[in-house]
Design a protein around this ligand. Sequence first.
Ligand SMILES: Cc1ncc(COP(=O)(O)O)c(C=O)c1O
Length: 381
Amino acid sequence: MTLKASERSAIAPFYAMEVLRAANRRAAEGAHVLHLEVGEPGAGAPEPVLAAARAAIGRVRLGYTEALGTPALRARIARHYRDRYALAVDPARVAVTIGASGAFLLAFLAAFDVGDRVAVAEPCYPAYRNILSALGIEVVALQAGPEHRFQPTVELLDEAGPLDGLVVASPSNPTGTMLAPDQLARLAGWCEAHGVRLISDEIYHGITYGMAESCALAHSERALVVNSFSKYFAMTGWRLGWMVMSEDVAGAVDRLAQNLFVSPAALPQHAALVAFDCRDQLDAYVAGYARNRKMLLERLPEAGFDRLAPADGAFYLYADVSRLANDSQELCARMLDEIGVAATPGVDFDPRRGHRYVRFSFAGGEAEIAAAAERIVAWRP
Ligand SMILES: Cc1ncc(COP(=O)(O)O)c(C=O)c1O
């Protein structure tokens, strides 16, 4: 007799991880593969973070911490809001989580019920859609095109029907586009006026190329703000992030975190305490992404990739490839096969229009991105 498997788990894969698997397979066959598919900083955690981790082993009892994280890290994160955004955040409102990913699960469970309607602007980071779907929450996809700089607008929200939540990301993945502070303020005001919970994914804060970034807490008391040590802090594998909770859901998040995770891992929490003091090294990483961005903006058009979203931040270029191919999945497969460059097809981020787009990540080392540009220009699809 076959056993039942849940219908709610029938969500889409994260294709970037599937491309990574295909790229690794090509590499195992002997190909020299250049990785522009995953959004992972090429350099690892800064040296002081590594030193703090080494020092903690043997010196600190690495047991469970409190479910919402160590008081020291929660206080340090709260101070970050004062230092960076001039915002007063009570450490009691900070939840340390297992990456931004863990924060989404907690935020969505704390804020929404089965059947609620939550808007995301497509294209977007696929996990928003896939986690919401797995939780039985209806995903309302706002069709944000180049004319909206791929970001939600109050006009798109007005047309979306009744909503319970809105997820925004600025800078966004896959486009890198940002909401100007007044645009974020308008969206936050719309959410307040309509009783809609705003969830702001600020994981790419710190990685910007001239445009001002704004924290949703500056515009809304009740926004849930998600961030992580994965991107600016270059600590992907440490699996550590955080959420600034509004008071009305803080108790729910605490109870959910206790039951779902018991606590975030202790060692990364000790090490992350010093990450905020590594700005020089981390800003040098950002300067490297800026050089990669400049170089790809110059070189990709030579190969016909000339319709690129304005990458205000993050480390992605989202290219409209409809003049080069009908199906970006096939184009990415050919690119990997023929020239060993891995990139992510847009269907990951936009099930409706993604077949026309490819995302190039320039988070890797400068030599790798330059070599990829050479191969793509010589290839000319
Ligand atoms: C926009 C966005 N949010 C969240 C995440 C997940 O980050 P974390 O490693 O903190 O779980 C990613 C990872 O690529 C991302 O691009």
